[in-house]
Design a protein around this ligand. Structure first.
Ligand code: PEP
Ligand code: MG
Length: 317
């Protein structure tokens, strides 16, 4: 990162005992970018690009995409922007993308899985992103389960960069398929990781993320989930790669001590959640957070973790 200066300008977020915590923004569209930086974002941890495509009968042109991505890069003004390549399928069908009917779309061809059949669309998106600069662009691949899927995208990005005579940006991946989460060390080719707990929890607990009858907030602090998260931090560190967390659970300030204690130093959340998180971070001391996380990892159910969270008293501001 070439961002120390930028963070200083945005006001770095530190725990009470002085450890930096990077708070990034999740954006659903380019129009949200300026507001996110006004709210204190230190970068964009997840630019969901689906919205640009959602209401269209045809794919947007390379120029239209480049304009949208350029707007985010301009607002970021040198801070990093993680652009997630198309994550269609599952809960995000695209009208112009003729994905086959499937009995279980969440277990079907979603995310990176359909890229080889629609390589032109992916290539156009990568070309638009590469042409949108200047800025600290990074590309992120959704729904990766196997290293081959990441390798396929990396090769395409390298080809497009060579064709356009531009440097290839870092290419990272969402960690949202349990098999990838439990086998992170096979993904040394990734430049960075971002944990998508919305899907990771859905697949870990075999519960549709959009089914109200199954909605249980306490999945976020279930020891089974926490053990997977702890393993991710450990394995990313072993690979020397940065790991961020961009699922919805990161926006709950109550969970911040737990996430910090597990070792997360970078979170990406909806812009509206940034100020409360920054405030909560300023009250944390890492040794107490680590103790909390260690105890939670030993718990036998979410109820016991919830009791630990309730008993946890952050330091005075
Ligand atoms: C996730 O899966 O946690 C995530 C951040 O991506 P999305 O919600 O867009 O699937
Ligand atoms: Mg996801």
């Amino acid at each position: 990162f070439r961002q120390a200066r930028r963070e200083a300008a945005a006001g770095p977020v530190r725990t009470r005992d002085g450890h930096p915590l990077r708070l990034l923004a999740n954006l659903a569209c380019a129009e949200e970018a300026e507001g996110a930086f006004r709210a204190g974002a230190q970068g964009v941890g997840l630019l969901r690009t689906e919205l640009l495509f959602l209401d269209r009968r045809e794919a947007p042109s390379v120029a239209a995409q480049a304009e949208a991505y350029g707007r985010v890069l301009r607002a970021a003004d040198g801070r990093p922007v993680v652009l997630r390549l198309l994550d269609a399928g599952g809960d995000k069908p695209l009208p112009f993308l003729p994905l086959p009917r499937e009995a279980n779309p969440f277990l079907g061809r979603r995310g990176v899985r359909w890229y080889p059949q629609h390589a032109g669309l992916v290539r156009a998106q990568v070309a638009a992103a590469l042409g949108a600069g200047p800025g600290e662009l990074r590309l992120m691949v959704p729904m990766v389960a196997d290293p081959e899927e990441l390798a396929w995208v990396r090769a395409l990005v390298a080809e497009e960069a060579a064709r356009l005579g531009r440097p290839a940006p870092p290419v990272g991946m969402m960690v949202e398929v349990p098999a990838a989460a439990l086998n992170l060390r096979a993904f040394g080719a990734a430049d960075f990781f971002s944990v998508g707990t919305n899907d990771l929890l859905q697949y870990l607990f075999a519960e549709d993320r959009n089914e109200p009858a199954l909605a249980r907030r306490d999945r976020a602090w279930h020891p089974a989930a926490l053990r997977v998260l702890a393993g991710l931090v450990r394995d990313a560190a072993a690979l020397g790669k940065e790991v961020s967390l961009c699922g919805e659970l990161a926006s709950d300030p109550r969970l911040l001590p737990l996430l910090a204690g597990l070792g997360f130093r970078s979170l990406s959340v909806a812009p509206a959640a940034l100020p409360a998180l920054a405030e909560a971070a300023a009250r944390l001391e890492l040794p107490a957070c680590r103790t909390l996380a260690d105890q939670a990892l030993e718990a036998d159910g979410p109820g016991a973790v919830e009791a630990l969270l309730e008993a946890f008293v952050p330091a005075a501001p």
